[in-house]
Design a protein around this ligand. Sequence first.
Ligand SMILES: *Cc1c(COP(=O)(O)O)cnc(C)c1O
Length: 379
Amino acid sequence: MSIPFNRPHMTGKELWYIAQAHHNGQLAGDGPFTKRCHAWLERRTSAKKALLTHSCTGALEMSAILAGIDAGDEVIMPSFTFVSTANAFVLRGATPVFVDIRPDTLNIDETKIEAAITPRTKAIAVVHYAGVGCEMDVIMEIAGRHGLMVIEDAAQGLMARYKGRALGSFGELSAFSFHETKNIVSGEGGALIINDPQFVERAEVIREKGTNRSQFFRGQVDKYTWVDVGSSYLPGELIAAFLWAQLEEATPITTQRIRLWERYHEAFAEIEASDLVRRPIVPAHCEHNAHMYYLLLPNLPARTAFIDSLKAKGVHSVFHYVPLHSAPAGLKYGRVSGSMLQTDNLSDRLVRLPMWNDLGSDQDKVIEATLAAARSARQ
Ligand SMILES: *Cc1c(COP(=O)(O)O)cnc(C)c1O
């Protein structure tokens, strides 16, 4: 049997909490489990407000509405990211302006942001790749000086920190993902983190189909009605019950992933020393969450040979992303600012190894296959 690239970890309490939600008889959103998840996320990120959403994609869409992104506006972002970072803004008629990434962390190159700013720029959307923080000090300073909003796509960043501060706590708005490929999961799921209090009330309305239902349930208004644009962004209570079982275990889950990550990292030091691969780089001021373990091969043919070689040994590895600036929709809706040299080069060379909590002794097989594949990919 081959070793999968990902397998969601279960804490064991998911079904118990789902049974409780079932027993409570409330299946729609914003029940007791949702409230527990909100409180946990607010503590973790020191957010003004956290709101569960059906996905990180949904939370990013809410962010774009809240940020007042309109037709003709521009949003600066990396091209090396998942499509939702861009789509959320394209849906509002805005143009994603792609900036190159840093060769060390593969995060947006903060030194290239300022050159991408035009009178149409409204926001900077940063992505904390692999749960390693972007250079938030510099980015927040640039945004402040130009009056731009910062939205963090922290889909991969739960439990990680930059200079001691939780990822997701820097931008006016941030988005987490609980998709089953992330560290803490609910199948599909996400959260909007609101750090700027001026967005709290409108966020609740947008999430509840454009109605003031949340205020109604708190007894702040005596009837609820259509007050703004909106959609249905909240998950049902069964998803929140599942998620609660995971959030409760967020620390041990992260510790275990870090153990696996470090084991890979040590095992691959020798093939990095012989220039066969490059290992991930985590700056000293970034506390990561071991969301993924990737290697950079020397070039595209070497990566293809590497993946094939692992596959022949029963190890499933994957690559991503097709840079958004060169994807069909990216060509249609976005534009680049400056050179995309690092993005093009690094995205051709990256490969992700199996990384999941219960990998256990299969990790030995992955390591052995990787050492052999890296050596033969070079021939
Ligand atoms: C996973 C991911 C998303 C999308 O998350 P969903 O919860 O599946 O919508 C967005 N951005 C990044 C960087 C991701 O890794």
